[in-house]
Design a protein around this ligand. Sequence first.
Ligand code: SF4
Length: 344
Amino acid sequence: MTRPGPQGGDARIPVRQVAQKVDWQQAQADVITDPGELLALLRLDAADLPAALRAAADFPLRVPRAYAARMQAGDAHDPLLRQVLTSPEELAPTPGYDTDPLAEADHTPVPGILHKYHGRVLLVVTGACAVHCRYCFRRHFPYQSHLPTAARLDEALAWLAGHTDIEEVILSGGDPLSLSDRRLLDLLARLAAIPHLRRLRIHSRLPVVIPGRMTPTLVSALGDARWDSVLVLHANHAQELTASLAAEVRALQQQGVTVLNQAVLLRGVNDSLVAQEALSQALFRHGILPYYLHQLDRVAGAAHFSVPDDQARSLHQALRHRLPGYLVPRLVREVAGDLSKTPL
Ligand code: SF4
């Protein structure tokens, strides 16, 4: 999306890396990790740098260049920038905000498996992400205890094979699509050998932040008749969606893959009717159905993104009055220990 700059021209930042088609793995390796570089690229005040550096110490800044290219230079309140720029607000301890807000440690039968809901499990396949979202509820997750070493993966797959009530496996992380196609295909082949698994779901933000992730190899693997496949993208703002993503979604749909979106309601990013309406409209134009709008998980370091429940309900009601039902995501919160997502 192009917006006019202060002088009336296109104020998107010039980003050399997106000038030509970039290999997604190269783009994932060549991300911005220095808050100073990001501020300079966006022509923003370096006075904010010391605070940004302090906040980056625990959970480093990580921003793909193609994603930064969609930000508005000179706008410190850009909704994409706000999601990724480290902020001193992250350092303020806030009562009620925890390092494990969903008590995931209580739902781990074996390392790498999170079993919260009937018939489905999360399989944590990596701790890596292409982008670091400042509101991430797993920003303190003990990935080292879950990452799939060969022995742990054997144990997790054996657990799955022994639980015939599990029909759906959800690849999670980190971002599962940060793994190479080769590793994903190896994993899918092993999962496919477990006869009672019927559905494969992947939650990922990577196709939103780096163009070209949905390679023909991966698209064809997800379209394999062995699975009913679902890709749940994580986009929070209309400005995040690109023509390249629309083409990738079309390719997936041609293979029979269902593509949904879940967003997080974030103060200063998408907590207005204009932003939510634009997101739903843009998702549909890109072939994606809005699925969930999540209230923020109360993770330590993210309290400044919180939107009060009353405001969230009013916003959602206003959205229902503006859009057809199929464009209105379900407003939910995840409550630790509940047997499903809880509608607000
Ligand atoms: S991509 Fe997902 S897992 Fe990774 S930091 Fe963002 S919200 Fe967290």
